[in-house]
Ligand binder design. Sequence first.
Ligand SMILES: NC(=O)c1ccc[n+]([C@@H]2O[C@H](COP(=O)([O-])OP(=O)(O)OC[C@H]3O[C@@H](n4cnc5c(N)ncnc54)[C@H](OP(=O)(O)O)[C@@H]3O)[C@@H](O)[C@H]2O)c1
Length: 252
Amino acid sequence: MTEDLFDLLIIAWLALAIVLVPVQLRITAPYGRHVRPRWGPTVDNRVGWIVMEAVSPVVFAAALFWRAPPQSAIVWVIFALWIGHYAYRTLIFPLRLRTPGKRMPVVIVASGMLFNTVNGWANGYFLGVLSPGYPADWFGDPRFVIGIALFVSGALLHIWADHRLIALRAPGETGYRIPRGGLFERVSCPNHLGEIIEWTGFAILCWNLPAAAFAVWTAANLGPRAWRHHQWYKDRFPDYPRRRKALIPYIL
Ligand SMILES: NC(=O)c1ccc[n+]([C@@H]2O[C@H](COP(=O)([O-])OP(=O)(O)OC[C@H]3O[C@@H](n4cnc5c(N)ncnc54)[C@H](OP(=O)(O)O)[C@@H]3O)[C@@H](O)[C@H]2O)c1
């Protein structure tokens, strides 16, 4: 594939994320608290997470190594960041979930697999085949330094917030409580905020189009989802903290 065609496809993919924001604000993906009947056959929630997320590191690695293993230390670091995130999302997060008996529509698993295939392929293929490479001093470049700082702090925030949410339930429970403590005092969804910061950092440190598209898609998915979570909390809990925002402290 030529670089021009690749760029065109990725710009179209990125534009689709933005076009779908109004749809995502109206129709919340039906998993977790937003699961609803009439979305077709379902699978066990934990299995759904493992299957849809495992696609990403496999496709990313296959596309990256397609021609030859990377020669650049920077690309190896990028590979480690991607695999590190998905090791957490594929193995640790689903295995820690306390969602006994909960199910997820197959259509969500399928759309998650498609999403992860496109982003994994685009990022791996660009780095492995199309990228002109990084200058030797990229580790000292402000884009790398700022990007890695955002990636690590976003990852720590979203892992911490996932942990706090999962710990709200005792083993065997399936209900919901108001989350408290840390950034939960300011926003309903610090896990989503952390993930958006993480992939924004990734896009800055990679400084390429497919990484930017993935960051935009992440924000386009999780911004509306955080807003819907926030409305859900306010509808369900009359004593929900009034000053808490959905996603961005003091703002949104
Ligand atoms: N990159 C992307 O585009 C993308 C897209 C979607 C999700 N994600 C990531 O995937 C992860 C999960 O997303 P999500 O929207 O499913 O997160 P979530 O609704 O916050 O749920 C995370 C886990 O905590 C439980 N939980 C949440 N709030 C709770 C409460 N108040 N009381 C008791 N238990 C609670 C949920 O149980 P239930 O399942 O029973 O609700 C679920 O097991 C997040 O880290 C998110 O950033 C990323």
